[in-house]
Design a protein around this ligand. Sequence first.
Ligand code: ADP
Ligand code: MG
Length: 816
Amino acid sequence: MDTGPLRKILDLEQKKGYQDSAVFGGLDRFLQNWSGQAVESVVSPQLLKRFRQLFKADYASMTVEQRREWINSILGFLADLEGKGSLDRPPVVSPVATPVKKSIPKVKKQSVPAGGNSLDSPVTVVRGISTSLAGKFGKLGVKTVRDLLYFFPHRHLDYSKIKFISQLAEGEEQTIVANVWQAQETRPGGRRSTEAIVGDETGNIRVVWYNQPYLVKKLVTNTRIVLSGRVSVFKGRHVFQSPEWETVESQDFVHTARLVPVYPLTQGLRPRSVRKLMKEFIDQWAWQITDFIPPELRDRLDLLKLPVAISQAHYPEDAVTKNRARTRLAFDELFLLQLGVMHKKRDWQEGRPGSPFDVKQPLVEEFLKSLPFKMTAAQDKVLGEILADLGESRPMCRLLQGEVGSGKTVVATAALLVAAANGFQGAFMAPTEILAEQHFNTVCELLSRVGQGEGEGYLRSYSGILSRPLKVALLIGDIKQAGKREIRKYITEGEIDIVIGTHALVQKGVDFHKLGLTIVDEQHRFGVEQRSALREKGFNPHMLVMTATPIPRTLALTLYGDLDLSVLDELPPGRQTVKTKWLKPEQRESAYAFIRRQVAEGRQAFIICPLIEESEAIVAQAAVVEYERLSREVFPDLRLGLLHGRLSAADKDAVMDSFRSGELDILVSTPVIEVGIDVPNATVMHVESADRFGLSQLHQFRGRVGRGREQSYCMLLAENPSEVGRERLDIIENVQDGFQLAEEDLRLRGPGEFFGTRQSGLPDLRMAGISDVALLEKARNEAINLFQIDPALKRAEHKLLAQELSRVWSGSGEWS
Ligand code: ADP
Ligand code: MG
């Protein structure tokens, strides 16, 4: 930022006798504009405060004397600014934490690991953070100084608009500045509390702080305080209930009179102390972070500088700056994500050539003809896209997105057949054992339509399809050691053509003879790492990733920029809309009665037990209890089965088989049932504690029914849903379309949580949200441009970016 032009204008204005004639349109307009741009360059909080105060002035309405004084003070300020070099240039970041500027409160001498960057030091180097406090932050995932800088508030309370007492309205978040007239201890409902009467020139108001009798001493009569909070009405009069407050002398407001951050908390972290700590911390440390976005790019996109964005994301000057901060930080996330995935794609596709298949196989035609149904147009199109990829020597990297029940498995089977016909092995990986088994059964069933089956259990053989018998195996953790050894051996020897399994497939000891195609089902449950681990098992095999989560296209391109996209946007004809109802706890009995009636008509039902966020063992235990209760007290005359993750493979198998064949009326299950299960005669999905599940998950549950000809139903029970829980239930009740649901889910949860990027090896998305489609496109385009100019980020101006990229992606272990 160049202060020259402003100086010149102010000089001119002085020469012209303070007539507000130095610039066209008046000085106020000019200043507003200039300060708007300059503010982001002021990197010290102290100077920023002076800056704000100075530039708030209304020049047009000043007297000549006032104008003279004011211009002098501005010039003084500019001199200070220049003198400290704090305009334009953020302080040079040294690897060791040193106080950057005199005006910033001294940073305590800190011990920094040798050669380490101060931002990677543990939070205990921050003044005010003890080991025990660090432990509490640790629970929130905050370990290092950098984590703490990126420990953003959930939201901000808008206490920025100061009102007179006479203007206060019920319910809103409001702020007043008032005098304390009197304060005393009271005991409403037996709780020792403080009650005060405060007033301004327009009136008085009563304030109550429950359980805080010690405030009496602090609220000395005639203290001027700022109060922020909601106002309620008690006995016809306004009253502030436990508002935030601080004295006017504090000047630098933390809890009131501004946009006040609301931080995530955990036991032992109190809002007021976290806020205070964060304010001091941000003021001291934000300036030490290096901006890794090249200045050219930052200017072109009009992005805030990183230190400014970080501090404004915590303690914003105003709503506009807060949004700019969010935009900058969201851009970073999306940009780095996009750069990372593009790199991966390049590594995969250009690193080593894959194996082109001969895709003109009469076998495919024959297979399609054997199906009991006609492929949908969407299935035909997608299969065409896959076959085209398989014919190339560049390995396929494709994401197949298809709504629940859109028929992805058939398409996958056709692709596996093509691999086998070309003498290559195919691997099909599912997220759960139950689903792997189901895929195994489905694939075998489909193959038995074109060939003669032989064998039982986890190893089967089909003749009449290829010139030799085609062998299919199931590999999951639960198969007995001897069996697993046998399958592994066959895989290594190339005896097995198609192997279906869980992540057991990517474990050590599984060595493929000639892996040519890998298919990963239900992508969002697997991490990038597993995806590539499977890939590494082959000689750069073709890869198909399938997901039932409809991802908005732009986001898909960003998150899975390493994959080409195919969409099954059509359901097979005759699918029912599942009638969905959100039930109150008192309606549970009628829900059970409804299940009973459906069973009487020959249908079957699922009952999903509550989600418990603890160990699998505890979840299983809860399911056992619920199963016993239902069997004994509710449905003693019906046939119930129980399914949970702790059962052995054989037991799971047995339960699923008897449910599939109609020997069971009701299947009580933990959420393991969520994906893929296909039992067309089941018409009722009953979900307990439905408010605890995400929308996409509820949609998956619902997708387990409505797969046959009969009208199906989804009943969602919720005891005491939170606000978000209620919103979700309301949406799932009214929206059937998976794509729309995914959008809603994204809106409610944000993509980070939605995709579980934390577990998946993708960098976190915290700031970027669904409303960011435009930003997403911008980030994507910029990443593509940059990638064209400097793919390896070798240029000097991209050095910091390259560092940041490898830091952010280091979790995935793939970035080099
Ligand atoms: P998803 O995409 O959810 O994995 P599946 O592959 O499990 O879907 O298919 C769901 C059901 O639809 C299966 O019972 C399958 O046999 C059936 N199906 C698949 N394609 C068609 C089609 N074109 N017409 C009719 N039914 C189909
Ligand atoms: Mg499926």
